[in-house]
Ligand binder design. Structure first.
Ligand code: SF4
Length: 275
């Protein structure tokens, strides 16, 4: 664990609630000092024979230049483990990528979340342009890092058309090995949960589900089945040419016929994009 919390407050994220809760106590976000991090990682590497590290920091690159430089000097000399990080698109620069490559960073997960700028700004409080997101992925595509793009669908009020805006944005991102798509869940303490309650999409005492496979919102314009179908076909829509979209649309259907088409397309996807 490198940091705890996040300096940002996206309205769907638990960090929104934590930042609000700790507002009068100096805030929730804190960064572990690099010497302590290095010491802990060396201990764990020796004790457990670690071969790979997932460095837990919600937005690894959103920190001071001095801290990154200290990390990049000490980590390769004292820990020397390949590692994976998470980052916000606007924190990605060519200089930081060179530094990460030199440290042994193997991969990076970047939050795209949603493809419509207005929706992203007003409903999610993520204030960055699509051009900025595309530019970040262009920088990553020129690096040696494996790249994963994280997306969420099924936000309150989100429509099928808006989900396709997210698909379209992902189609513009070069060099993405992992196209990830989660289902929105309304966590307590987040502003978006309040909006979901206000709109009657959930009951006040409803518990959030598993973002990998469940949506608990009741939205008349977007059923659970349609969302699950879109979630499973999301990477197919992103990676396959539009001439295949009619076929992919059939694979959304949660029926034996739809499942069969989905399995065939998924196998093709694995062969083509996951080797
Ligand atoms: S940047 Fe990521 S971790 Fe931070 S508040 Fe937004 S969604 Fe949460």
């Amino acid at each position: 664990e490198m940091n705890r919390g996040c300096p940002y407050s996206c309205l769907f994220c638990v960090n929104y609630g934590l930042n609000k809760l700790y507002k009068d106590a100096g805030g929730y976000y804190r960064e572990k000092s690099i010497p302590v991090l290095i010491r802990e990682m060396r201990e764990k590497k020796e004790r457990y024979g670690l071969q790979f590290a997932y460095l837990v920091a919600e937005s690894f690159l959103t920190t001071s230049r001095e801290r990154l430089q200290q990390f990049s000097t000490r980590y390769p000399a004292e820990v020397r483990l390949p590692f994976w990080i998470e980052a916000r698109p606007e924190s990605i620069t060519a200089e930081k990528m060179r530094l990460l490559e030199d440290c042994g960073c193997e991969g990076i997960s970047v939050g795209v979340e949603s493809g419509d700028e207005g929706f992203r700004r007003t409903l999610l409080n993520r204030r960055m342009s699509n051009a900025k997101i595309v530019k970040a992925f262009e920088i990553l595509a020129r690096s040696r890092l494996r790249v994963s793009a994280n997306n969420v669908i099924g936000f309150p009020t989100e429509t099928r058309e808006l989900i396709f805006e997210t698909i379209e944005l992902n189609r513009q991102l070069p060099g993405v090995a992992g196209v990830m798509c989660s289902l929105y869940n309304p966590y307590h303490g987040t502003r978006l949960r309040e909006i979901a309650e206000e709109r009657g999409y959930i009951d006040k005492d409803a518990l959030a589900g598993d973002y990998r496979k469940e949506s608990i919102l009741r939205m008349e314009h977007l059923s659970h089945d349609e969302l699950w179908g879109l979630q499973r076909t999301f990477p197919l829509y992103v990676k396959f040419p539009k001439s295949r979209w009619e076929e992919i649309r059939q694979a959304e259907s949660l029926t034996p016929g739809g499942d069969k088409i989905y399995e065939e397309l998924a196998e093709e996807y694995r062969q083509q994009f996951m080797k």
